[in-house]
Design a protein around this ligand. Structure first.
Ligand code: PEP
Ligand code: MN
Length: 343
């Protein structure tokens, strides 16, 4: 349920409504609307049946939220969420670009990748130190050593770092070295991990599960949001009957998520297609569809990559792609072309 306050409601009115909600055993979250303050109510709303919320001073009206997720819903939070990661905004005017190798393989490999990523104009360096590989015999990542290389690369380049956390025990080290914690597709419904990662104090990027519906994905975000409003969603393709591509990149998820939620959404055309040749067209389309940014795999030598070389861009292809992405984003901004319809 959301309680919409009148524009002229006073701080005392808001405090009183919050007190009444909490006294009934529910949580109250205060949000800034465009004109008005909104108080989100989390918990079993039947506990409020005997309380005439709408009659409290300063209350305009109250509206039930129809979705099973609340904090992530646009009904709860009508304005787009913009997440500030050390001065870089995700969900703002400029697309947030996250690029780098699938896995951190060595200091040299990561630094070479970081220089390429920086030269193309991305703001974030990606690279897995903990790799959730399909086969237990595949390269599993450098773990803490890899995290240290990422932090060194940040020092060298000024890029922010995003890297995946795969276990509850991994949250503290990853939060120490990374600016954003990534929850991978395979862990999207690892609810124990989601609850704990919400407490880490840093923004979290939640990738869509391999076969997750949009509703399941937003409910997964809700687990993190219980403790942390700074959640970024990432569409990375879903499993369908198509086998030519690694996954089917669901670009319609951008429009759906923008309608249903206020959270920023990033598109990953590397995992979404599995083919480096398809990254550029899907990246262009994602920006045109209103995505808040991109995550892409870039490797100094994709043929030698320890993982996902076939969906990694070379320096040349990455720089070419970024040139186009910047032009599309600028054109859309200058022409005021916003594809997102919010009603
Ligand atoms: C990744 O981004 O490194 C990754 C493993 O992606 P996903 O979880 O989407 O498969
Ligand atoms: Mn990968």
């Amino acid at each position: 349920m959301v309680i919409i306050m009148r524009p002229e409601a006073t701080l005392e009115n808001i405090v009183e409504v919050t007190r009444v909600v909490e006294a009934a055993g529910l949580q109250a979250k205060i949000m800034e609307g465009a004109q008005q303050k909104i108080i989100g109510v989390i918990g079993d709303k039947t506990k409020l049946v005997s309380v005439a919320i709408d009659a409290l001073p300063g209350v305009e009206n109250s509206v039930a939220i129809s979705k099973s997720y609340k904090l992530a819903s646009r009904e709860f939070h009508p304005q787009n969420t913009v997440i500030d990661v050390g001065g870089v905004k995700i969900g703002g005017d400029e697309p947030a670009i996250m690029a780098g190798p699938c896995a951190v393989e060595s200091r040299e490999q990561l630094f070479a990748a970081a220089d390429i990523v920086k030269a193309g104009g991305a703001q974030f360096l990606r690279g897995g130190a903990y790799k959730p590989r399909t086969s237990p015999y595949s390269f599993q990542g450098l773990e803490v050593e890899g995290l240290k290389y990422l932090a060194e690369a940040r020092e060298r380049t000024g890029l922010k770092v995003i890297t995946e956390v795969t276990t509850v025990e991994g949250i503290a080290p990853v939060a120490e070295y990374s600016d954003i914690l990534q929850i991978g597709a395979r862990n999207m419904q690892n609810f124990g991990l989601l609850k704990e990662v919400g407490k880490c104090g840093k923004p979290v990027m939640l990738k869509r599960g391999l076969a997750a519906t949009i509703d399941e994905w937003l409910n997964a975000a809700e687990y993190i949001m219980n403790d942390n409003p700074n959640v970024i969603l990432c569409e990375r393709g879903i499993r369908t009957y198509e086998t030519y591509t690694r996954n089917t990149l669901d670009l319609s998820a951008v429009a759906a998520v923008k309608h249903l939620s206020h959270l920023p959404i990033i598109v990953d055309p590397s995992h979404g297609t599995g083919k480096w040749r398809m990254i550029k067209p899907m990246a262009f389309a994602a920006i045109a569809a209103g995505a808040d940014g991109l995550m892409m795999e870039v490797h100094p030598n994709p043929a030698k990559a320890l993982s996902d070389g076939s969906q990694s861009l070379t320096q040349e292809h990455y720089l070419d792609l970024m040139n186009g992405v910047k032009k599309i984003a600028k054109f859309m901004k200058d022409e005021n072309l916003n594809p997102i319809v919010i009603d």
